[in-house]
Design a binder for this molecule. Structure first.
Ligand SMILES: [Zn+2]
Length: 346
């Protein structure tokens, strides 16, 4: 009995002495697990932060009505949301941020100028602006833009980068517009000027607009349409001229530029007995700009064209070049539209 008692007592003593160690161990394990969970949580918060680092879509607080030309549908949306759909439809999202900002301000100004001119619905009866690039400015809904980008082979991370850039360009210029004498300017722009923009007076109705003068535009040579060439056979030229200008026309090496604008674009072109505006020649021969020369042979008419677009206002290629040189969007805008104010609308 005594022996058992001794073992019993030793057992109890051992248990009492060792128990705390077991317990401590257990407590430690539990604490470790809690720490693990804390770590998990930390990581989750970090990921959420990463997500939040993407630029959020801020509203401008003003609603406008946009008409979809194809469906006839009119959709109400926030001005900044509208501009997020215009910006990548009008300028490559790979361009510099300051160039994109300049384009955002140009697009916003273009919108307000349209709204101001839409007295009694004479431009659009039921909307403020439409999505037709030839009538107003190009606009695509968000989903469509992602679809276009995917179609161009952009990766997921590129798409996120471009979305962020477009958001920043729009958010960081919220309410910024271009005015001249307190009025929204006619914010014309084009892809590539070919080295010199065009005086508005030289091509459209001879209207003299002080902020739409010819200015030098550097860094345009890398654009894929900087130099283009259009060749037509004698028969093709005759067909075009007969259909659109003069039904009796016969080609006799008789096409000649007889007048140039100040920025060396074709202003008047003589074709047989007809004198055409440079813009008309550009239209009927589908040339990239009116900055061209003509080379004639017995059977071929060749147009060598520089630049892309009408050349009035901001050159997008030039804007991107100046942004790369460290110019701000405001400096870029003031270069292309001389004498204007770049100001917040509210
Ligand atoms: Zn329109």
């Amino acid at each position: 009995m005594k022996k058992y008692n001794i073992f019993f007592v030793i057992g109890i003593i051992l248990s009492v002495t060792l128990l705390p160690f077991f317990l401590v161990d257990k407590i430690k394990i539990i604490e470790d697990k809690v720490e693990d969970k804390k770590e998990d949580k930390k990581e989750k918060i970090n990921t959420e932060k990463d997500v939040k680092k993407y630029v959020e879509e801020e509203k401008s607080g003003q609603t406008i009505r946009v008409r979809h030309t194809k469906t006839g549908e009119v959709v109400a949306m926030d001005v900044n949301d509208y501009l997020r759909g215009v910006l990548p439809s009008e300028m490559p999202p790979s361009f510099e941020l300051e160039a994109l900002k300049a384009q955002a301000v140009v697009a916003r100004t273009y919108l307000y100028n349209k709204i101001e001119g839409n007295i009694n619905g004479q431009i659009h009866k039921d909307a403020d602006i439409c999505d037709d690039f030839a009538h107003c400015q190009a606009y695509h809904p968000k989903e469509k833009i992602i679809e276009i980008w995917k179609g161009r082979g952009f990766t997921e991370s590129q798409i996120q980068e471009y979305k962020d850039k477009v958001n920043r360009a729009v958010n960081e210029t919220t309410d910024v517009v271009i005015k001249y004498n307190n009025k929204y300017i006619k914010a014309f722009f084009h892809a590539n000027s070919g080295g010199m923009t065009e005086d508005c007076k030289s091509i459209w109705n001879k209207e003299d607009i002080p902020y739409l003068k010819a200015v030098a535009s550097l860094g345009e040579e890398d654009h894929k349409y900087y130099k283009t060439q259009n060749k037509f056979t004698k028969q093709e030229v005759e067909k075009i001229i007969r259909e659109k200008i003069d039904s009796n026309y016969t080609y006799q090496k008789d096409i000649e530029i007889i007048e140039y604008t100040d920025s060396k674009r074709a202003s008047k072109v003589k074709i047989g007995n007809n004198i055409l505006e440079g813009t008309k020649v550009r239209e009927i021969f589908n040339l990239k700009s009116t900055n061209f020369n003509i080379i004639l042979s017995d059977d071929i008419v060749e147009f060598n064209v520089t630049g892309y677009g009408h050349g009035v206002g901001m050159s997008q290629t030039g804007a991107n070049y100046y942004a790369k040189q460290g110019k701000t969007y405001e400096e870029i805008i003031k270069h292309y539209y001389q004498g204007v104010d770049v100001i917040k609308n509210k």
